[in-house]
Design a protein around this ligand. Structure first.
Ligand SMILES: [Zn+2]
Length: 437
């Protein structure tokens, strides 16, 4: 599609995020849920079995998670697709470095879960087009940019880059394990003007920003936690706005608005929040329902992430609720000892803040709990940083958050071990609880 079509689809999605009122949004969600459930009862063997006849509200559907999705994949999908066949197809594709569609029709993805089990995702042509429209309308690519050319750094497991033009937006997909020299060359050769990738890739590129030969119009961050110091560094290096997407295998869940808030895509994905034991704030476990996807439905799908919503309306005028903070994954919660012998959960965001606020000289870090009394803090500091003072500040900050939560921090072990990305997902998770396994 050319730019006229892009404008019309994008304009519609933009209109919806800024003009729906609360009642209109809720009516839209109810209508979509009822239609999804009715469709699934007819076309998905799994949902035909578990949904009662005439079910029109989500409470009728069971909670879904990664393991159940993979176990029941053949019966959940509505296109008669087989898990083992798709996995084999995708692995072969990665091995050969090709990007064709399954049966000439379905885009197959295989994300690697941090616990080692992979999740399949399948999109039909229509679902792919809808996703591209959403990406264009709400990804933060400036709408007045005549020819958006986007570097899309993903875990593709493909040595070659692929360029796709959808809705007039050129997307250049590249595996983020190619070296920084390769990335710089790609950006320069193809005059890419939007950089999209996880913060760890973007900050590496930022260190080489003076080698880029054409201006960058926007920086889009996703897949890993983007904290404030990293955001500031990126904006300064590229002299461009930095926006955040919140997205996973289940789709794009949230986007950054003109006012800088991270809004849920509530007209596309419905979010339920479940109690998760946060003592200090309001972090909840996220459960999502995609209101459109039918080939592979996501109904009441539990995410690993803990989310805290922001209260009140946004200055941009959208009634879509806002995420104040993504606290990270449930297996990022530290377990502290309570004075009464019990366990107190400490949400990862407080841990991240304890480190970030200790000093600007912390370039990278990782906090890992190995056991009830063993927490390792891995630090990569700027040259000449005052190591002892930074460690003392981190100790103090963590102790303060812990006592507010009603627990105690054990003696911290500071090491120079480099922070390590997860072995299967290759994402850098900055706070990890390894004592739970
Ligand atoms: Zn807003």
């Amino acid at each position: 599609m050319r730019s006229a079509a892009r404008r019309s689809v994008g304009t519609y999605l933009r209109w919806r995020s800024s003009h729906l009122d609360v009642a209109g949004l809720q009516a839209h969600q109810r209508r979509r849920v009822a239609r999804q459930l009715a469709y699934l009862r007819r076309h998905s063997p799994f949902y035909a079995e578990v949904l009662p006849p005439g079910a029109s509200s989500l409470v009728a559907a069971p909670l879904m998670d990664k393991a159940l999705m993979m176990r029941e994949f053949d019966r959940i999908n509505t296109a008669g697709l087989h898990r083992d066949e798709l996995v084999a197809f995708r692995i072969e594709q990665e091995r050969r470095g090709t990007t064709e569609l399954f049966r000439g029709r379905y885009a197959v993805g295989l994300s690697s879960g941090t616990s080692g089990n992979k999740v399949l995702t399948v999109l039909s042509p229509r679902e792919r087009a809808r996703y591209a429209a959403l990406l264009w309308a709400r990804s933060g690519i400036p709408h007045d940019l005549a020819q958006p050319r986007v570097l899309f750094a993903l875990r593709t497991n493909n040595p070659a880059f692929t360029a796709v033009t959808t809705l007039g937006v050129e997307l250049v997909y590249v595996d983020y394990f190619v070296g920084v020299d390769e990335l710089v060359r790609l950006v320069n050769d193809r005059r890419l003007n939007v950089l999209a990738g996880p913060p760890s890739v973007l900050t590496t590129l930022a260190e080489h920003h003076d080698r880029l030969t054409s201006p960058i119009a926007a920086v889009v961050s996703y897949a890993e936690e983007l904290d404030d110091p990293a955001r500031t560094r990126l904006a300064a290096a590229f002299r461009a706005p930095v926006v955040e997407l919140y997205q996973g295998a289940e789709g794009m869940l949230a986007f950054t608005c003109q006012a800088g808030s991270l809004h849920l895509n509530e007209d596309v994905t419905l979010l339920e929040l479940v109690e998760a034991g946060d003592q200090l704030g309001a972090a909840r476990q996220a459960v999502v329902t995609d209101l459109y996807r039918r080939t592979q439905p996501f109904v009441r799908y539990q995410l690993h992430d803990l989310i805290e919503l922001a209260p009140g309306p946004c200055g941009c005028g959208s009634v879509f609720r806002r995420i104040r903070r993504v606290h990270g994954r449930a297996d990022s919660i530290l377990h502290l000892r309570a004075p009464d012998g019990g366990v107190v959960p400490l949400m990862p965001d407080y841990v991240r803040r304890s480190v970030n606020q200790a000093s600007d000289d912390v370039h990278e870090y990782q906090v890992i709990q190995w056991g009830p009394d063993d927490i390792e803090v891995r630090l990569r500091l700027a040259a000449g940083a005052d190591e002892a003072a930074i460690e003392a500040a981190i100790r103090r900050n963590l102790a303060s958050w812990a006592s507010r939560a009603g627990g105690q921090v054990p003696a911290l072990r500071f090491t120079g071990t480099p922070p390590q990305p997860d072995a299967t997902s290759h994402k850098l998770v900055r706070v990890l609880n390894r004592s739970l396994r």
